[in-house]
Write a protein that binds this ligand. Sequence first.
Ligand SMILES: Nc1nc2c(c(=O)[nH]1)N[C@H]1C(S)=C(S)[C@@H](COP(=O)(O)OP(=O)(O)OC[C@H]3O[C@@H](n4cnc5c(=O)[nH]c(N)nc54)[C@H](O)[C@@H]3O)O[C@H]1N2
Ligand SMILES: Nc1nc2c(c(=O)[nH]1)N[C@H]1C(S)=C(S)[C@@H](COP(=O)(O)OP(=O)(O)OC[C@H]3O[C@@H](n4cnc5c(=O)[nH]c(N)nc54)[C@H](O)[C@@H]3O)O[C@H]1N2
Ligand SMILES: [Mo]
Length: 752
Amino acid sequence: MTVTIQLAHWGAFEAESDGKRLTAVRPWRGDPAPNPILGNIASAQHHPARIDRPHIRKGWLDGGPGPAERGGEEFVPVSWRTALDLLAGELRRVYSEHGPGAVYGGSYGWSSAGRFHHAQSQVHRFLNTLGGYVRSEQNYSFGASGVLVPRVLGSIGNLLSGTSASVLARHTELFVAFGGLSPKNSAVAPGGIGRHELGSWLSAAHDRGCRFVSVSPLRDDTFGTLGAEWLAPKPGSDTALMLGIAHVLEAEDLCDREFLARCTVGYERFAPYLADKTPEWAERITGIPAERIRSLAREMAASRTLINVSWSLQRQQYGEQPVWMGIVLAAMLGQFGLPGGGFGHGYGSSGDVGKPPTVASAPRLGQGQNPVEDSIPVARIADMLLHPGQRYEFDGQHREYPDIRLVYWAGGNPFHHHQDLARLRRAFARPDTVVVHDPFWTASARHADIVLPTTMAIERDDYGSGGNDPTLFPMPALTEPAGQAKDDYTVFAELAGRLGVAERFTEGRTAGEWLRHLYQDWRDRLATLGHELPGFDEFWSGDPIEVPLYEPERVLLADFRADPRRNPLRTPSGRIEIYSETIAGFGYPDCQGHPMWFEPEEWHSGYPLHLIANQPRTRLHSQLDVGEHSRSAKVADREPVRMHPADAEARRLREGAPVLLHNARGRCLAGLVLSEDVAPGVVQLSTGAWYDPDPEDPAFCGHGNPNVLTADRPSSTLAQACTGQHAMVEISCYDGEPPPLRAHSAPERPGG
Ligand SMILES: Nc1nc2c(c(=O)[nH]1)N[C@H]1C(S)=C(S)[C@@H](COP(=O)(O)OP(=O)(O)OC[C@H]3O[C@@H](n4cnc5c(=O)[nH]c(N)nc54)[C@H](O)[C@@H]3O)O[C@H]1N2
Ligand SMILES: Nc1nc2c(c(=O)[nH]1)N[C@H]1C(S)=C(S)[C@@H](COP(=O)(O)OP(=O)(O)OC[C@H]3O[C@@H](n4cnc5c(=O)[nH]c(N)nc54)[C@H](O)[C@@H]3O)O[C@H]1N2
Ligand SMILES: [Mo]
């Protein structure tokens, strides 16, 4: 029996193990507010949905590579030797016949915590040793901001670490949270989170007298301890609400003209646009009373105010606008660079926002050089596969989609993360070969040809730390691998051996040797900066170590505010761009020279209810949906959908029963939960229930994956980002016998 500490994206834990399985999991004792998602790990490890050995789709095994209807066929279990021989042969064929520009290795996804075995780094390094691959750019999380913010505020990295939460705790008087301040989301951070502290910093602000206004369709999106006022505008209308506030600031001369003149450009070109954006205009669009808009504007001008925009607001069509408009509002208030004031992006979206930066992020494996220049904005995956050669615009560039023959995915689940899954299924029928590495039979594994079983993080040695997180955790394996699972590194090393590039991929090191090498390298680098950290052996056998902070309390843009000439932003003007000549110059209809109100196309789809497809409370994305904690929230074996009791009554829907969500793109079942925390006219079905398509109808999911309902529609021509947060739907009773849940078991094998 051993007790060891491990790290997951949702927090650190201590586990006991008998060598094969975890016998007890407890939160790490250093964490003041652990995340209950920890309850998914042990129960998922040996679940039947685990992939026990390599598999090959029967049609591919019999007929070889080529376009095919993927997603319904049997898989044949094969030995590792057979799988890797066939895969090496196919990689050789595609690289020699079509070149690296025919391989899509974007492979978006979170995989597991643990820096060395980070699947993205592994697959990219491997494909680079073969000659490269078509990349993906930006992310699903904040793809619209990722393109917009550098153009109007400079570096997005600075914005995302933001003003330290401890500074907000002492200085903020009014915290206006567009998109709420979600306890569930801030309890997760990419790469992991040692101590969950945001809630306590915000509570400290509240106890000091800071007022919170939560602008969200869901009341319980904000920490209950903050006593927040709840405003629920029509989803997707935040830009109109902000314009109404801005109108009041301008009309009542509550703007900081000195700040606007000194630190921004283009206000004079934007201000005329505000003339008719009265609070009454905003009320007609948002449903928020004009009087409240007016009084809120006055309160914002009279207080040290932080405007926070959650990432969800930009995961929508025209998602650039609320972010840009939030920045403009904060500029009009003139509080950028003041402690506790200004603008924040994602407090409450991810646990790393508001953490002071450390001197260095955790050691990482180099990915090598990718000679292929082609890339796509990450959420254009289906467009790329469906329309090779088609032209498109992105961030001022004229581009063309490449012709992809082989798709290689390790550490992500596109049949979780992408929109309009029936369309994605058509796209996945196009390539010659699809390869997926995953520990589980996810929907993406089921749409692959070659499926290779990967270890979970608890089954291999690693170390880990989240971005900005000051704690670096040794992560020694807790158990042996389940079934025949191998870690991604070993698989790629074995493939590299078959392809004659072993030395280039491994540099002669085993995984264990890499851990030691990368750690020591990192430690030496920190020593030159004057920070002494323990040697590898001491680190490996001891408690997590603290990484020194670069700036323990940070105020976003304080230097810029103090002297914008000497500390310019990385924008063309060096200042905050209320009007961007660059963006205006692209001539896009859907993102112009300054923030504007655009009505979402989806509002005209003819369906009455606003679906909020937000992040799940009981898991990370689709990860470990088979685990106990995730399953404990299911209703009638389906993902829970929440709606207001009045909306349910009008439709004669019964709590606890399976209901059918539908629109013109698709249909799914979900289990009904009634709640007054959901605004009328809104329904909430989180992402992450494993896609369980009807064998005859890929647009029907029997389990509750909202991505059969969402549109594969870009945020705008500028950023081409994911808009999965919203869709318009109707909900009806489901009278039939619900189909059995198939997604949580292994697919069929020949002979049963
Ligand atoms: N409708 C809608 N859709 C959305 C969103 C939304 O708001 N609404 N949000 C989007 C956002 S922000 C994101 S970030 C995406 C998330 O999308 P993804 O990041 O693709 O989702 P995950 O479920 O985290 O997928 C990670 C996969 O990696 C596997 N994995 C774990 N460890 C390893 C490993 O060591 N090796 C390998 N090979 N695999 C491993 C897991 O089993 C899992 O299948 O979803 C997006 N989709
Ligand atoms: N537990 C858990 N935490 C997570 C994740 C997870 O899967 N599980 N995923 C992580 C990832 S990858 C990311 S990118 C972040 C995402 O962080 P966010 O994008 O902030 O998270 P979401 O849960 O999608 O949305 C947050 C809330 O925004 C509100 N909202 C939605 N639409 C609107 C709107 O039009 N107007 C207003 N005012 N509010 C709106 C909804 O009430 C929703 O619950 O979360 C991270 N944290
Ligand atoms: Mo994300």
